[in-house]
Design a binder for this molecule. Sequence first.
Ligand SMILES: *[C@@H]1O[C@H](CO)[C@@H](O)[C@H](O)[C@H]1NC(C)=O
Ligand SMILES: *[C@@H]1O[C@H](CO)[C@@H](O)[C@H](O)[C@H]1NC(C)=O
Length: 201
Amino acid sequence: MASNPTATQLTAAPAKRTGLVRCIAIVLLALIVLAGIVVLIIWLVVKPKRPVYTIEDGSVHDFNVNNNHLNSTFGFVIRAHNPNGRASIYYDSIEVSVAYDDQNVAFSTLVPFHQPTRNVTRLDAKILAQNVAISSSIAKDLKLEKTSGEIELAVRVKAKIRFRVGAWKSNHRTLRVVCDPVMLHFSSSKSFQRTYCDIDL
Ligand SMILES: *[C@@H]1O[C@H](CO)[C@@H](O)[C@H](O)[C@H]1NC(C)=O
Ligand SMILES: *[C@@H]1O[C@H](CO)[C@@H](O)[C@H](O)[C@H]1NC(C)=O
């Protein structure tokens, strides 16, 4: 029996096409897996370490508590150390806040910067508390702190960072730095004790 030539042609063409599609799909999948492995290897080789933070200096000025409101000027020298030999760090946004007894009393943003490899940068943060409403118990405690001559605060830094290795840049990651307790003296004759900060990345 002679087969119908038109019917054979009709079935052969789609079969060839699905074979081609499958082949392209396999190649694409292989490429994606390969790219993933390359990124993973780069990441494992250069694996950026977390930055290291300390507070080198701190001061408090124009501190005044009145009617459950606070006015104050805080100044901090925050030392940011990038320990990586290959990864530089983009700081795309930096927020610094000051808390007393878990209540935020002052907040400021710093200028974004790019930190080279193995670099130490000292950030000067001047943070104002301007007529900040506080509870009466905190107002009472703050007055006591002032009389005692020193105040214990927590300084927090929240930054959006990216690592850069060569031409490759990581996604944005949130860096959280907590420096607690930070002791400030109302009298400038007392020297500041360096504070080591905890890092969460
Ligand atoms: C804070 O300063 C503002 C003026 O800058 C003033 O109106 C306010 O009374 C001050 N508050 C305190 C608690 O000293
Ligand atoms: C760290 O990098 C900044 C530029 O971002 C530069 O001005 C500073 O001198 C560098 N510090 C050190 C210790 O290399």
